[in-house]
Design a protein around this ligand. Structure first.
Ligand code: 13P
Length: 305
């Protein structure tokens, strides 16, 4: 497999003030248009799947996504990432996260996420440490989460503006310092006003509320943590906030709803139409929202990390 490893790619993105987007795969046929759009836009990106997407959507298993990825992958523009493996899931159940991460490493995932954010700090650090030891032994970097990026849980969210104004669930910079030093995490997913798109049957088709980001708070986390930061809930954030966040330490951004909803809406017209809808949505994200057309040289193996 040549080309830069993902840890190096994300570090390089941080240094250059650009971002590596990750695109979620809740339906296996989405892999093809995601890779095609990245190639056509000459943009670097990650193809990724979260546990809830094989549990609650139709991506079947992490192995099925890896197999579909290998059919379409283009190492000039893509890498394979495992998104959210929760220690406690969105329904409050304990998950055998180490078993899943072990399978992911064996299946060829090039970076993985463990999400202990529903746990108290000490336990989040301990679980992330175990995940990092497992993944690092295979040379695979680990993303972790600190703070509450809400939205995946069932039930209504509190009104967004009240949530934002209160700063409830925001990542604490002091905790981020300790977490980065002790957990072994390579990248840290933060809560700064971002929220996940809804996933329940009743709400997953609804338009996401427009989110804002507290950039001053992000800057405090960046200084404290000293590792590349990740922004989840990438759909529907005000564009000026996203571009500002990239200037203040966000080196990876996760996008799911922006490409999932067009797929679901077009599916009654057939899989090919749904794939085209994903392709078009990808072009809007890459060119319009993130402005990263041509970012492919962030994968350039010639330049030292
Ligand atoms: P959105 O659904 O808001 O794009 O969030 C994606 C995400 O964070 C997946 O981990």
């Amino acid at each position: 497999m040549g080309g830069s490893p993902t840890a190096e790619i994300v570090r390089r993105a941080l240094r250059r003030g650009t971002v590596v987007p990750g695109f979620n795969i809740p339906y296996l046929p989405m892999v093809e248009p995601v890779v095609r759009a990245l190639r056509d836009a000459r943009s670097a990106g990650l193809v990724m799947v979260a546990r809830l997407e094989w549990e609650k959507f139709e991506s079947r298993s992490l192995e099925a996504v890896a197999a579909e990825y290998r059919r379409h992958a283009d190492r000039r523009v893509t890498r394979l990432h495992l998104d959210h493996v929760p220690v406690i899931d969105e329904d409050g159940r304990a998950v055998d996260y180490l078993e899943i991460l072990g399978r992911a490493v064996r299946a060829g995932y090039e970076s993985v996420m463990v999400d202990g954010s529903r746990l108290p700090l000490e336990e989040n650090i301990a679980c992330t440490r175990r995940a990092a030891d497992l993944a690092h032994a295979a040379g695979v970097p680990v993303e972790a989460e600190l703070g509450a990026v809400m939205g995946h849980e069932a039930g209504p969210l509190p009104p967004y503006e009240a949530l934002f104004a209160s700063g409830r669930g925001f990542t604490d910079p002091g905790e981020a310092r300790r977490f980065a030093a002790e957990s072994g995490a390579d990248w840290l997913s933060v809560a700064i006003g971002n929220i996940h798109g809804a996933i329940s049957a009743a709400t997953k088709g609804l338009k996401k509320v427009e989110a804002r980001l507290d950039i001053a708070h992000l800057e405090r986390i960046r200084r404290a943590a000293g590792v590349p930061l990740v922004l989840h809930g990438g759909t529907g954030i005000r564009k000026d906030c996203i571009l500002d966040a990239i200037r203040h330490g966000i080196a990876k951004i996760n996008v799911a709803t922006a490409i999932r909803q067009p797929y679901e809406r077009a599916l009654p017209r057939g899989v090919a139409a749904a794939q085209d809808a994903v392709y078009e949505a990808m072009r809007v994200v890459l060119r319009g929202d993130l402005e990263i057309e041509g970012s492919v040289d962030v994968l350039d193996p010639e330049e030292p990390a």
